[in-house]
Design a protein around this ligand. Structure first.
Ligand code: FES
Length: 272
């Protein structure tokens, strides 16, 4: 009949290429544990970071600045007298200055190949685990809006590198005491050092970074430097998931440390 479309052929889990089994899946292990644990971990971080990003307070305790608020691009970073303030935006910005900077690391992590796998599995059940069919009847991958925007990941990588550099700079500034005299070190310095190392390791283990180092080459033998960089990025890349989680925890730990210092919960133990 005119005006009626032919029914769409079954796709996804009902597609002709799938094995015709009645059971939803044949796994007998606790396959749900990994996506459930991932969802719990990501939700905890999202809740904590949202609270802290909107708090607009207690993000500076000399000489430490919370990584959520650095670099501080607005004029309203009053807490940070003597701190690493980079007032590019000016006085019109009235919201939390964290919101100006967090879009970059957030976009980097949101479009990260590992985090994509993590939240596709844990929040969208697409699919929830290997050999467990997804509940959705159609699958379009990342070919349509909005998921096609995941292709922006490589640009977020370019933004993530200066962010890692800023966090390194902040770590150097922690070799001061509360009166900004150099040559000191507190327990927080160790935490900031660990965080800087993990952030760099996570950033440089990025799949886009690996491609930038060694992709689109015909002959590695003609590009020995890029070959070596690609090898290093590849070795880090094998640990990308672990680095994603470790750096997520360390960045939250640094922020919590600053928060506890700023609210007077304890004083920074000095090492020298
Ligand atoms: Fe994870 Fe690029 S793939 S940060």
């Amino acid at each position: 009949a005119t005006g009626t479309r032919p029914p769409r052929p079954p796709s996804g889990v009902h597609g002709a290429s799938r094995a015709a089994i009645r059971a939803g899946h044949l796994r007998t292990d606790r396959w749900w544990l990994a996506p459930a644990g991932t969802a719990a971990g990501l939700l905890a971080f999202v809740a904590y970071s949202t609270w802290r990003a909107f708090a607009n307070a207690d993000y500076y305790a000399a000489p430490y600045v919370s990584p959520f608020y650095s670099p501080c691009l607005a004029q309203n970073c009053e807490e940070m007298r003597g701190g690493p303030n980079l007032d590019l935006v000016g006085s019109w910005w009235g919201l939390s200055p964290a919101l100006l900077i967090l879009v970059f690391p957030l976009g980097f992590r949101l479009t990260c190949y590992y985090y994509r796998k993590a939240y596709y599995r844990s929040f969208w059940a697409s699919p929830p685990a290997c050999a467990v069919a997804e509940p959705h009847s159609r699958y379009t991958g990342e070919t349509r809006f909005p998921l096609v925007l995941q292709n922006l990941h490589r640009y977020f990588f370019y933004a993530a590198v200066p962010v890692a550099a800023v966090l390194t700079y902040d770590t150097v500034l922690t070799f001061r005491d509360a009166d900004y005299a150099w040559g000191h070190m507190g327990a927080g310095t160790l935490l900031f050092l660990l965080n800087a190392v993990l952030i760099w390791a996570y950033t440089l283990s990025c799949h886009s970074c690996r491609h930038i180092m060694g992709g689109r080459l015909r002959h590695f033998s003609k590009h020995p430097v890029r070959y070596r960089l690609w090898g290093w990025a590849g070795r880090l890349n094998a640990r990308h998931m672990q680095l994603a989680w470790a750096s997520l925890v360390s960045v939250a730990a640094c922020d919590l440390y600053v928060y506890l210092l700023a609210t007077g919960a304890f004083t920074d133990p000095r090492i020298f």
